[in-house]
Ligand binder design. Sequence first.
Ligand code: ACO
Length: 322
Amino acid sequence: MKYSKIIGTGSYLPEKIVTNADLEKILDTSDQWIRERTGICERRVSREDETSGDMAVVAAQRALEAAGVEAEEIGLLVVGTTTPDLVFPSTACLIQARLGLPDCGAMDVNAACSGFIYALSVADKYVRCGDVKKALVIGVDKLTAMLDWNDRGTAVLFGDGAGAVVIEVSDEPGILSTHIHSAGRHSDLLYADVGVGKGFKAEEHGGVCIKMKGNEVFKVAVRTLGRIVDETLAHNNMNKSDLDWLIPHQANHRIISATAKKLGMTMDQVVVTVDKHGNTSAASVPLALDAAAQSGKIKRGDMLLLEAFGGGFTWASALIKY
Ligand code: ACO
């Protein structure tokens, strides 16, 4: 049986740091409220001219370098993003050209905050079935460009960034399983109300913004993530105690700790970056993964559970022997 294994990670964060104190100056909010309700202290905001593609290219170069893999060895590129540079060509195609990848398959996967794990699940299948030996998987988002900076219910939550992994076919377990789900019936709880089928007018696209019924999203997220971690462990005949690390989507510290509690894990076993990154959507899980890899927190052979929940709704998980 073949597996795909993560052989390198990389990430990129924009330079500009926006602290809660900065937001206090423009919104009716407080550092205390944001910290207590979300765990976020600061987030990165990309330059106006800095696109998802720009951030992704740097993260991908770093992942390729960490893996010791040349661009021409890549057989598939999958990019999880909900903030593409253009409607088309896909951000993946733009990145494929900029990185000098061969004429491999390149596609975007739009699953909001679950985008990276969705993308990873696609690439994992291609590698496992033998079609591709090495794949590049990226999670990237520039949600701050779609924020209404007057809406304290969303403006305090999000940040920008990119994370990437290189996966390779292996006889030894790496990615043990991936699980993806959706529930479009909840689309009115979290959405960005612009699209080709919904009033898109190029000259007006400055008005795009994210709408969210945060507390309802919160409840569904906690419930749903609880279910998917059970599903993932059951699928692999594993117990909670087999897990070494939880690498969750970084939306809210309270959602993260609720999932950790359900798994019987202490917060020492959870990779938390929400305090520094905010919610970077599809970039959040690979950014956290890379931070944990760079700091030496996670070691080869550790059992990692990755999970995410986002607009759609979508939710996804991956169990990985690192
Ligand atoms: N500063 C101060 N007060 C605020 C702020 C703010 N930034 N935002 C809201 N409030 C107020 C509200 O107006 C409300 O006041 P009221 O009681 O007088 O009406 C009060 O705080 C409580 O509001 P809630 O929305 O109930 O607060 P909650 O504890 O639910 O926290 C939050 C809000 C942080 C948004 C939380 O609900 C959350 O994290 N939700 C899930 C987000 C998520 O996981 N999204 C999915 C991924 S995102 C993606 O896919 C793109």
